[in-house]
Write a protein that binds this ligand. Structure first.
Ligand code: NAD
Length: 339
């Protein structure tokens, strides 16, 4: 079978990781990546010997790339002629503008969480609503927190049924290196409900959700605490067994040293994962408890890498490479080297 041809547009925090993830998929071909400037990520691509071809999004920006000595294989128009699907990982709002270009050449596109929901036909999560994405031209991924949260809630929901949830998001405010966010020393709080709770209800409308979000001046991972009301009582053992079976969830123990967001980042580095990336969310085993019949637990969200598997699922859905949800996610997981 011919491989599905992919371009990644926007080679930043998410785009670099999408490119690496797609390159690992044996049934997909990464034709190239697109950016506008000799950013650090683009300079690193050059220093690594250009494992991916680079295309320039804006012709007027070509001299900047050339002046930095970066080889450019063509323009955005050139690469769009060669691909079936674009993974758009540009800063929020740019994807919406790019959409016109994708429409013109009838190329499908997957947008990231920063874009408005209206940019896409379907708001997508590989595990929770795979079928809705089948054959659609424009999909939008859930944001990093929502992606991880839905993984955990969908896992419990398929086991026991979940009526409602209330969450608190302790949100890392910047990615490592985001100096434009400034030197910060405060905890900033948003009004209820957080967009992640609202987004979960768009993907899983049978669950009532609300949540509070606190921005924290850290860079390595969010933590979400969750109170979920199951349709029948479950035990801690049952919940942990289900989380343990999920290929995109890692159950970790505080007693073993996994006692912070940074412990997971450090562990990923010790595993030799590029950039300290971790595709899995983590459930902290010793946080699983109960308030009446409601189950309480905390998860870690590695914000820079968590959306990569679900974005690749979106390619599978939009191109109908697999019509079955579990077949699709299993292939993504296998090629990404997940359990
Ligand atoms: P980023 O700023 O790290 O990267 C964006 C890249 O796009 C940059 O390299 C920039 O040079 C390039 N770019 C700008 N304009 C362009 C254009 N017109 N054409 C092509 N490239 C262009 O951004 P990011 O953090 O990777 O975020 C991308 C998207 O992913 C956003 O929607 C964001 O909300 C979402 N997202 C981010 C995270 C995260 O933790 N950073 C997590 C999940 C989702």
């Amino acid at each position: 079978m011919a491989k599905t041809k992919i371009a990644v547009v926007g080679y930043g925090v998410i785009g670099q990781r999408l490119a690496d993830g797609v390159a690992l998929q044996k049934d997909m071909e990464l034709v190239g990546v697109v950016d506008t400037a000799p950013t650090l990520a683009v300079r690193a691509l050059y220093e690594k010997g250009m494992p991916y071809k680079l295309f320039c999004a804006i012709p007027g920006k070509l001299p900047d790339l050339e002046a930095a000595g970066i080889p450019v294989s063509g323009t955005m128009d050139d690469i769009l002629k060669k691909v079936d699907v674009v993974l758009d990982a540009t800063p929020a709002g740019i994807g919406e503008k790019n959409k016109e270009k994708y429409k013109k050449v009838a190329v499908k596109a997957i947008f990231q969480g920063g874009e408005k929901n209206e940019v896409a036909d379907v708001f997508f999560h590989g595990y929770a609503n795979y079928k809705k994405g089948l054959g659609k031209d424009f999909l939008k991924l859930t944001s990093c927190n929502t992606t991880g949260l839905i993984r955990a809630i969908d896992c419990l929901d398929r086991m026991v049924g979940i009526e409602k949830i209330a969450i608190t998001i302790i949100r890392r405010v910047a990615d490592p290196g985001d100096t434009h966010r400034g030197l910060v020393d405060l905890l900033k709080i948003d009004p209820i409900p957080s967009h992640q709770a609202v987004d979960l209800m768009l993907i899983m409308p049978h669950i009532k959700a609300t949540g509070i979000l606190v921005h924290t001046p850290v860079t390595h991972g969010h933590i979400i605490t969750i109170v979920a009301t199951p349709e029948r009582e479950i035990t801690k053992e049952e919940a942990l067994k289900e989380f343990n079976k999920h290929p995109r969830i890692r159950v970790v123990r505080i007693a073993d040293g996994f006692d912070s967001n940074t412990s997971l980042f450090r562990y990923a580095r010790d595993l030799g994962h590029p950039r300290g990336d971790m595709y899995e969310i983590a459930v902290f085993e010793e946080t699983v408890g109960f308030s009446g019949k409601d189950i309480v637990f905390a998860i870690n969200i590695p914000q820079e890498a968590v959306v990569i598997p679900e974005t690749i699922d979106a390619v599978r859905a939009s191109t109908k490479m697999q019509k079955d949800r579990l077949e699709a996610v299993a292939l993504t997981n296998k090629y990404l080297g997940m359990k």
